[in-house]
Design a protein around this ligand. Structure first.
Ligand SMILES: [Zn+2]
Length: 168
């Protein structure tokens, strides 16, 4: 059961199918067929440009982002797919919120759909703090198959852990 820790909240029938894929050793192949590509957004500078371009395309009236970077210390599980921080500090006597987006560094080496999904998720948090309906509407606006991509990303994280356990 703990092997499906990334998939909590999905219906039992879905989880059964995932277990079947794992039991038949077909999860890796399934993912590779659906997501054969790798993106080229490797540096923090490129990541910032990538996120800011998405923001300008879809969320023109959202606040600008001060910083976006790959964080090797970010725990994907506990921080639920990335993390968004608004660091407040006093600037010239006025409180100014810095908008920073940290992306777990494992996303440096993923299919482009997964990088987009996580960046879309964090961008949506610029406007909605909670994971509510309005939040997911924003995500789907930026990436129409957002929910499918999030599910596939969770499958990918599951597969990654299985591979790591196998290699250990
Ligand atoms: Zn979130």
């Amino acid at each position: 059961m703990s092997v499906l820790k990334y998939l909590g909240g999905y219906p039992p029938a879905v989880l059964d199918k995932v277990r079947q894929l794992i039991d038949r050793d077909e999860l890796g192949e399934y993912l590779h067929k659906r997501h054969p590509d790798r993106h080229e957004v490797q540096s923090d500078k490129a990541l910032y440009a990538y996120a800011d371009a998405l923001r300008q395309e879809h969320l023109r009236n959202a606040p600008g982002i001060d910083r976006v970077w790959y964080d090797s210390k970010l725990d994907v599980i506990s921080k639920a797919l990335g993390m968004h921080t608004a660091i407040s500090h006093v600037h010239g006597g006025r409180l100014k919120a810095r908008k920073e987006i940290r992306i777990a560094s494992l996303f440096r080496d993923t299919p482009p759909e997964f990088l987009k999904m996580i960046v879309v998720h964090e961008l949506a948090h610029l406007k909605e703090a909670e994971h509510n309906k309005a939040f997911y509407r924003l995500c789907e606006y930026m990436q129409p198959d957002y929910h499918q991509q999030e599910f596939d990303l969770r499958l990918y994280l599951t597969w990654r852990d299985l591979e790591a356990a196998r290699g250990a």
